[in-house]
Design a protein around this ligand. Sequence first.
Ligand code: HPA
Length: 277
Amino acid sequence: MTSIVEAATGRHGFEVAVILGSGLSDLARSLVGGSPVPYSAVPGMPLSTVQGHEGALYAGEVAKVPTLAFAGRVHLYEGRAPSEVTFAVRAAVEAGCRIVILTNAAGGINPDLDAGSLCLISDHLNLTGSNPLTGPNDDSLGPRFLDLSEVYDASLRAMARSVDQALMEGVYAGLPGPTYETPAEVRMLAAMGADLVGMSTVHEAIMARYLGARVLGLSLVTNAAAGLSPEPLSHDEVAAVGARASGRLEIVVRGVIERAAHLGAPAKGEQGRERPT
Ligand code: HPA
């Protein structure tokens, strides 16, 4: 059967998908190039309403590895359901991708993560109040009770660190937004163990693991989280920092794709260890 991505791009056999968040859409062009397919021409793809999210699919090769780059994503705060937020990941895995690289703009909670820092996501706190796997389970796709003890793949993180030794690692707290946090919420998140805070990624990561893909998460810290700096937070600043720091992000993403081509899917035992509730 023709996949959604094949219907839109005329190509199949992809191995890696990169999803690009706020201010990072330009990276899709420099990474993959070619002529993008607007999301409106991808059957079923939800359209992004946020400035800084282009809404186009780039299909091509990065370091000879067939790669899809999604320039722009949709979020819960746009009124989208978890099934829509995870549409791109599902389409990417259907198109063959076994590695999903999730990028985002995030606020830095850990004081070592100041604006412009790039940070590997080591784990997450899903504080959105929702889960993309809620509802009937299709056992042919993945397990009812998905093990999340290693959402963000350790081998991919090691590869990213071999490309950029200065990369830090941190726990990403995913909130629904669309407001930025209050200073009290940021203190709560710090006490809960979060280093980063943002409004995306956690649902996509869960879905990618469910479908058996390896996940790499990369946050570009665009601002100190609320209350940690005297500056008020603004989306324009988030997008501008994203655009400025995208060169370093591109080097890491390209380096990981080069190194990860041979990895393939995680062994069944690495995924889907079911635990009864
Ligand atoms: N909070 C939530 N999401 C964000 C932030 C933030 O401070 N910066 C960029 N995305």
